[in-house]
Design a binder for this molecule. Structure first.
Ligand code: 5GP
Ligand code: MN
Length: 317
């Protein structure tokens, strides 16, 4: 695989961006690449565009340089879409559409062919962060770069537990922790630790969850009113669907929260028998075989009915 610097020869202006509602892998991979390109290409202007990262990611060097405002019309020499297809970049998509050269670094199975002129797409990779690591010259990696990439890998593998973790993932992780950052502390701070209201709303979602299809599916929904009551934002709901998935006997977990009058953001998790990337893609979303998402219209009853039909088809097949 060609290293990323070979694709960036004689470029002055580079933009990096991830997907809307950025998660740990998205932020870690974008920031790792950002720190690396700032270091490797000191003469170039490098920007990273993301929706405001959650406070837990303030331990990543340079996070204060993230640009959340895409109103300026800038034509970049290169725009790099990381952990996403361009259609999920939100406001930064315009930089991708107008850039002279586009690069796509992604590991989503729903993005098989890539959306860039140059594509580094590998659904076998645990995370976009693991893929970014492959594209860097080892001698230029330093502690802050290693730490950002490591955080991304930790988040997308559930601390190296999910089935996307490969021997290679652990080899990369081993190299990264040799840079000496406090990997144990940052797993706690960015992955396990929750605020009091996050735990409260998790409790509420578990309490109100419903199992169906003979216990093979579990579902819970949080409406706008409840989110307002607890003063939580979507980022605070991360992890609820993973907790639902750990229910014994469950093949597929569904969590949704209300984003509009008749609109829900849906998260799906599977224990292996259901390909949730397929289910989410059917409704215009995407993701991985065991973790995927989409946005759906209607009441939550409509959403759950439509989703369960697709899940049931797979379980019966
Ligand atoms: P989560 O449920 O944590 O939001 O997302 C799980 C996985 O599915 C992530 O890899 C995420 O990038 C992907 N995903 C979630 N929602 C969407 C969506 O609306 N469209 C696409 N293409 N992927 C999604
Ligand atoms: Mn990812």
């Amino acid at each position: 695989m060609k290293k990323i610097l070979e694709e960036l020869k004689a470029t002055d202006r580079i933009a990096i961006s991830g997907h809307v509602r950025p998660d740990g892998d998205c932020i870690g991979s974008c920031m790792g690449l950002f720190l690396y390109l700032k270091k490797a290409l000191p003469g170039a202007e490098v920007e990273v565009y993301l929706e405001k990262p959650a406070d837990i990611f303030s331990c990543i060097k340079g996070i204060e340089h993230v640009k959340t405002d895409c109103s300026a019309d800038i034509c970049y020499d290169v725009c790099i879409a990381v952990d996403t297809v361009s259609s999920r970049m939100g406001d930064a998509e315009k930089y991708f559409n107008t850039a002279k050269k586009t690069i796509n670094i992604d590991h989503h199975i729903s993005n098989a062919s890539g959306c860039g002129m140059v594509n580094y797409v590998n659904p076998q990779a645990s995370s976009a962060s693991e893929l970014v690591y492959e594209l860097l010259e080892e001698e230029l990696i330093d502690e802050p770069i290693a730490k950002a990439i490591y955080i991304g890998m930790v988040h997308d593998t559930g601390v190296f537990q999910y089935s996307n973790t490969t021997p290679h993932t652990l080899e990369v992780a081993a190299k990264l922790i040799s840079y000496g950052f406090d990997f144990s502390g940052l797993i706690d701070e960015t992955f396990y630790e929750k605020t009091y209201v996050q735990n409260q709303i998790l409790g509420r979602a578990l309490l109100e969850s419903i199992v169906f299809m003979d216990g093979k599916c579990i579902f819970s929904a949080i409406d706008k009113k409840t989110m307002d009551f607890y003063k939580v934002v979507p980022k605070d709901l991360d992890g609820i669907v993973s907790q639902l998935r750990t229910t014994r006997g469950v093949e597929c977990a569904i969590f949704m929260y209300q984003t509009g009058q008749q609109e829900y953001k849906v998260s799906l998790r599977s224990n292996g028998r259901v390909d949730v990337a397929k289910v989410a893609s059917y409704f215009g979303g995407g993701g991985h075989v065991r973790a995927a998402g989409c946005t759906m219209q209607g009441t939550y009853h409509d959403c759950i009915n439509n989703l369960s039909l697709q899940i049931e088809r797979q379980l019966e097949a």
